[in-house]
Ligand binder design. Structure first.
Ligand SMILES: Cc1cc2nc3c(=O)[nH]c(=O)nc-3n(C[C@H](O)[C@H](O)[C@H](O)COP(=O)(O)OP(=O)(O)OC[C@H]3O[C@@H](n4cnc5c(N)ncnc54)[C@H](O)[C@@H]3O)c2cc1C
Length: 384
């Protein structure tokens, strides 16, 4: 049996997910609708606040509890992408916010009364080269005035608050390109229609992602998180948790595909015998299991290092890369094992196939992870 840390949590997540069968997700997928009921149920069960410390109303558990939750959601055929950011985006306030900001926001986030699950970094012109973002916040009295554009900002229409990365000093006026960026907490309820416009972007999966236009949006200076100009470091801090948690979703996806393929291969008879008797069918399923198990061990290691407060940027990156590639191999194997039925909507495999493909691109693409390993770990010469 694969890793079964946090067995009670896993069992209750599985029970909850059983109330949201494939037909629920198929309907949402067709209409590109947000899974409001699923998110509400997870919130009420307390699964989205496990990382918030007890003093602010959360469960105060470590990252491995969150990985267990997301893995089981995905293994059940559900999708945590609609709400996973509610778990970890608050880490920016928790680690870098003032005592007043923590008191003001964290209890509401823990109860689910406040949704903080939008995270605005990517821009159309800068892409992965984050230090070249152009969205600029100019100080004006007690406010910042924000102008610019973001793209691929997920869940923005289903979030009360957004952690936003902006430039507060132009790139050519700072010594280090990563200096001069700041993090603002934007109250979406006040911002939309008052300088912020959000437009949904329809994609190959139901992910509630959007583009955003900032046209002199006023954000109170009191909503600056940490120190002005140091925001890039705060964002990087949060990215490790995000990568490890998304890796655990890939592990769940991979196990979903393996479970489904093994069951189908044992039942489906062609040429008078189960297709699973053929090694041409067996071996890809076994290979997917080997790859997912190896990736899961890396995810566990990264989560353990994160929980221990150790630097884990490399491990978070490696686990995300391994898990997203293993889940994609498993997805492809599962379609092949099912033959024509792999393409039928009612089997959920084509939907999960589309969903798991995202994670080789977002939240960071494979090439950028390889570049990190090549230059930071192996000390090869930098190309950019
Ligand atoms: C559905 C979805 C949801 C998302 N949600 C969010 C969100 O909530 N918040 C947010 O801020 N962002 C979000 N993103 C953005 C995501 O993080 C980026 O798409 C991702 O980091 C890749 O950036 P890019 O699309 O700008 O690609 P680019 O940077 O334009 O890169 C394009 C390709 O070129 C490769 N490449 C670029 N430079 C190099 C190089 N030097 N060497 C080798 N290869 C290179 C990349 O690996 C990539 O494959 C989301 C994206 C998607 C698709």
């Amino acid at each position: 049996m694969p890793d079964q840390s946090h067995p009670e949590i896993r069992e209750s997540v599985r029970r909850l997910c059983a109330e949201f069968p494939g037909s629920y997700w198929q309907e949402l997928d067709r209409s590109r609708t947000y899974p409001t009921e699923f998110v509400r149920t997870l919130t009420e069960a307390g699964f989205l606040s496990v990382l918030v410390p007890e003093e602010f109303g959360g469960a105060g558990l470590g990252l491995s509890a969150a990985t267990a939750i997301l893995e089981e959601i995905h293994r059940s055929g559900c999708n945590g992408g609609a709400c996973h950011a509610q778990m970890y985006t608050m880490g920016t306030i928790l680690k870098h916010g003032s005592p007043e900001q923590k008191q003001r926001y964290l209890p509401g986030i823990a109860s689910g009364a406040l949704r903080l699950q939008a995270f605005g970094v990517t821009e159309p012109t800068s892409g992965t080269d984050t230090t070249r973002i152009k969205t600029f916040a100019r100080r004006d009295g007690d406010d910042y005035v924000v102008s610019g554009q973001k793209i691929w900002i997920s869940r923005a229409e289903h979030s009360d608050l957004m952690v936003l990365l902006v430039r507060t000093t132009p790139r050519d006026a700072v010594a280090k390109s990563s200096d001069g960026m700041s993090v603002l907490l934007v109250d979406m309820r006040e911002a939309v229609g008052n300088g912020l416009t959000i437009r949904p972007v329809r994609t190959m999966l139901n992910h509630a992602t959007t583009e955003m236009f900032f046209d002199d949006l006023r954000v109170p200076a009191a909503n600056l998180i940490g120190e002005e100009g140091k925001g890039f470091r705060y964002i990087l801090d949060g990215m490790n948790a995000e990568r490890i948690l998304i890796a655990s979703e890939c592990i769940g996806d991979g196990r979903f595909f393996i479970d489904r393929a093994a069951a189908y291969a044992s039942e489906r008879e062609v040429f008078g015998r189960p297709i699973g008797e053929n090694q041409g069918i067996q071996f890809p399923i076994a290979r997917a299991h080997v790859q997912i198990s190896a990736a899961a061990a890396m995810v566990d290691q990264a989560a353990a290092m994160f929980e221990a407060g150790e630097p884990c940027g490399t491990e978070a990156n490696m686990s995300k890369m391994l898990a997203s590639e293993a889940s994609w191999y498993a997805a492809d194997m599962c379609i092949q094992t099912h033959g024509g039925f792999g393409f039928a909507e009612e089997y959920d495999i084509e939907r999960k196939f589309r969903e798991t493909r995202l994670y080789q691109v977002a939240p960071i693409s494979t090439n950028l992870i390889l570049s990190h390993v090549a230059t930071h770990v192996l000390k090869l010469p930098k190309s950019f």
